[in-house]
Structures are given as C-alpha cells and as structure tokens.
Design a protein around this ligand. Structure first.
Ligand SMILES: [Fe+2]
Ligand SMILES: [Fe+2]
Length: 229
C-alpha cells in the first residue's frame, strides 16, 4: 500500500508549494492529512485543497484526516459542508481501509499538549483533562484494532516525541506535543504514527520502540511525504 501524507498547508499560506508538490507524485492508495490544512479556520479552503488533489491525482483513493488547531472547533460544520463526501475526518475515532486485501486501521485525533496554550487555558477550562482523555482514548482505539487489521496507523496533529521536533527550541516541546502519546505509542506499538504541527523540524523521522514516527508538516518537509507498507 502506498500512501501520501501532508499537514500544515495552512491554505492559502503554503498552498503554492503544496500544488507544486502534488504534480510530483502518482495517485496513491490512501491520502492522509494530519491537520492545519487551512489557515485560521478558513473552512472554504478545504474545497480548494480537495479540488487540487482531484485535479492532480484523480479520486480513486480515500482521503482520511484529523483536525489541527487551525481547524477551529467552531468552523467544523462549515468544513463538513465544504468537503461533502470527498474525505473523512477522524476525531478520536477510527476507520479501516482495505487495499488489495490488506486491512489498515487508522485512529485519528488532534492529539495533546503537555502545556496548553494561553488561549486554550483561558477558553477551555478543562483542557488539561481533555488532553489526558485524548491520549487514553487513542490508546483504547489502537488496542481495539489489535489483531483485527494487518497494519495500524495513528494519525495525529501534535507531536508525540522530541526527536521530530529537533530544529524547534527544545524547551517548547510542551507546546508542540505530549509525553502521554509517547507512552501510549511505546506500549501499543502501532506500525506508523503520522503527525504535523512542527513547522521548523530538521529531523522528520523517529522511532518509538518499533513504531515509525513521521512529521509530515509541509513547511518543514517542503513536499508531500510518501510512505508504503
Ligand atoms: Fe501548523
Ligand atoms: Fe498546529
């Protein structure tokens, strides 16, 4: 199975490199988006992104996404209206995709931060608890998929480890990701973790135990990330 993955296009901010990058690849079996595809809640930009993908790669593959912090919760209905049935969002949920007889289970979540931002602390009084629960739920979903699928993918926006944050100030890891996810990945060992959010990483790949972790943020990687099982 061949996959293309991307995050942090922040359309229209990094739309041009995204469009150029689309031209460099052939149609995948699965297209994954790890959040922040639009800038500051501009829901209609999703239509621009989907039209570009279909124009370049056709529509003979599923598109699966998780939310990023720029897909504001108050515009998610508008996002649903913009995307129609052309893609599916996983928000602390899972799906199973089957390609050539291979079953791939995908768990999607925005992920957690060890240090909620000032905005999150002011506007979401229970944000610390929310972040704890997110890690717990992602772990439960991965566990449910164990022995039921051939491969398991965790698709998340925030980072689960320091290694793919190299290039950012290491003191900011609490604002980039959460050790809670590191711990659940270490115990559950999915085949692949895809994340975004880290715009300035210089190292896009790491391992947590046997699990491959890839940061697919467009501003960091500069292109779509191609992966295969
Ligand atoms: Fe971002
Ligand atoms: Fe982000």
């Amino acid at each position: 199975m061949r996959m293309l993955a991307v995050a942090d296009v922040h359309s229209p901010r990094f739309l041009d490199p995204f469009l150029r990058s689309l031209e460099q690849f052939s149609p995948p079996d699965l297209f994954l988006m790890a959040g922040d595809m639009i800038n500051r809640g501009r829901a209609t930009e999703f239509r621009v992104i989907l039209d570009a993908i279909h124009d370049s790669l056709g529509n003979d593959f599923q598109i699966v996404a998780c939310y990023g912090n720029e897909e504001y919760s108050e515009v998610r209905n508008d996002i649903s209206a913009a995307i129609g049935r052309d893609m599916v969002f996983l928000d602390e949920t899972m799906t199973v995709v089957e390609v050539d007889g291979q079953k791939v289970g995908i768990v999607g979540t925005q992920g957690s931060l060890d240090k909620p931002t000032n905005w999150q602390r002011q506007h979401l009084p229970s944000v610390r608890r929310t972040f704890e629960l997110r890690a717990h739920r992602a772990g439960s979903l991965l566990k449910k998929l164990r022995n039921k699928v051939d491969r398991r993918i965790l698709l998340m926006h925030y980072s689960p480890c320091l290694e793919t944050c190299q290039g950012e100030d290491s003191r900011t890891f609490g604002w980039l990701g959460s050790r809670k996810f590191y711990n659940l990945i270490m115990s559950e060992q999915p085949d692949l973790v895809i994340h975004g959010h880290v715009h300035n990483s210089v190292n896009h790949e790491a391992h947590i135990g046997e699990t491959l972790v890839r940061n697919v943020a467009m501003p960091a990687v500069g292109t779509l990330t191609q992966l295969s099982f």
